[in-house]
Design a protein around this ligand. Structure first.
Ligand code: NAD
Ligand code: DAU
Length: 352
């Protein structure tokens, strides 16, 4: 592996993955980050890479739906490995405006697969990063395994399911060396504050309402983002071609319990504000349409075959995450004011 294409490397998990690759693994090749820099992509997520990394890190500002741009990058950088993160990732946005989800998540994945098909001679791995949401919703019992039938509920999860099917089909039909991972909810540094955990942290710090959907009884299985990155790298290196691996945190928490925990941590870590306890800020709002009740992952295959297991406990991971948002007020302010998109307009004009 000498030239890895990371799509969506300026987003939350992609940026954590690039940082992980550069600082915690022995990968010594080039990393090409192809990112369109949508609202979710932030160049500042990758600022401060040390000088030695810069020589091995290349940024390509492009849309994965742009076949010519994808072809150029494959050829210019002799791509031999792909780790495909780029996606529209937020369920609520997919309910309001599904178009971009169909384009990026389905068509974009198809464009990448088509380009991969032209380079089967040198392509070692096409790793597709997907979600547990493709499996739909669990009741109170049971876990998602790799054999669970697909049953997506939202335009987001349906578009990810479609992309998974395409990836699998390209393996069976064209022998593309794919692997797929389906992961549960991630949290950690650099997550865009539309998602539950960073939204609650930042609203809690600012004494703003904490909107909990429905009764707050929906359950998610939380995984610290570094553990997801470790799992992906393990699968890229050692996963069996054509296989799917589920990745989970073994950390099921009902939303209301999670928000209450965040309130308690903020009460402890942030100097007193007007609203204490911060749980006074919890506001029950209308439920998300088609809201999946529960996600819980069985990661036995990944654990037994590839010897991965989550390292961070929720207790340490969540405190580290809250601390990160407290320690990075400039990142937060630029994201909240929209200033983080200045780089794009400065370099590409208003079309950015
Ligand atoms: P994110 O929204 O933070 O980042 C997405 C990135 O993709 C951004 O940098 C954005 O600019 C880029 N992008 C979007 N459209 C693009 C396009 N057309 N061309 C090129 N780049 C484009 O997402 P995330 O939370 O980091 O998720 C990354 C991947 O992991 C997604 O595929 C998502 O489905 C999957 N996933 C996420 C989670 C989670 O909890 N966040 C869990 C499981 C799987
Ligand atoms: O399970 C993996 C998925 O996790 C990923 O594929 C998605 O990309 C990622 O966004 C995440 O999806 P969720 O919909 O589970 O994440 P979100 O942070 O939006 O919501 C988590 C839970 O919190 C969910 O039950 C809805 C609820 N929620 C969310 C928000 C934003 C609230 O109660 N209030 C909120 O304001």
């Amino acid at each position: 592996m000498k030239n890895i294409l990371v799509t969506g490397g300026s987003g939350f998990i992609g940026a954590n993955f690039i940082r992980y690759l550069l600082s915690e693994t022995d990968y010594s090749g080039r990393i090409v980050n192809m990112d369109l820099l949508t609202y979710a992509g932030n160049p500042e997520n990758l600022s401060g890479l040390d000088a030695s990394a810069q020589g091995r890190y290349v940024f390509v500002h492009a849309d994965i739906c742009d076949a010519a741009a994808v072809k150029n990058a494959f050829e210019a950088y002799e791509i031999d490995t792909i780790c495909h993160f780029a996606a529209e990732s937020h369920v609520d946005r997919s309910i309001v405006a599904p178009d971009a989800f169909v384009n990026t998540n389905i068509v974009g994945t198809f464009i990448l697969l088509e380009e991969a098909r032209r380079h089967t001679d040198r392509l070692q791995r096409f790793h597709h990063v997907s979600t547990d949401e493709v499996y739909g919703s669990l009741g109170k019992e049971g876990f998602f395994s790799e054999e669970t039938p697909y049953d997506p509920s939202s335009p987001y999860s349906a578009s990810k399911a479609a992309s998974d099917h395409l990836v699998r089909a390209y393996h069976r039909t064209y022998n593309i060396p794919v692997t797929i991972s389906n992961c549960s909810n991630n949290y950690g540094p650099y997550q865009f504050p539309e998602k539950l955990i960073p939204l609650m942290i930042l609203n809690g710090i600012a004494d703003k309402p904490l909107p909990v959907y429905g009764k707050g009884i929906n359950v998610r299985d939380w995984l610290f983002v570094r553990d997801h990155c470790r799992a992906i790298w393990t699968i890229i290196q050692n996963g069996r071609t054509g296989e799917t691996y589920n990745i989970g945190g073994e950390c099921e928490i009902p939303n209301i319990t999670l928000v209450q925990t965040l309130c308690d941590i903020l009460d402890e870590m942030v100097p007193p504000g007007q609203n204490r306890p911060r749980s006074n800020l919890i506001t029950f709002v209308n439920d998300r349409p088609g809201h999946d009740f529960r996600y819980a992952i069985d990661s036995t295959k990944l654990k037994t075959e590839l010897h991965w297991k989550p390292e961070a406990s929720f207790e340490t991971g969540i405190r580290q995450t809250v601390q990160w948002y407290l320690d990075n007020p400039d990142w937060v302010a630029r994201v909240q004011s929209g200033e983080y998109r200045k780089w794009l307009t400065e370099n590409y004009g208003e079309r950015g």
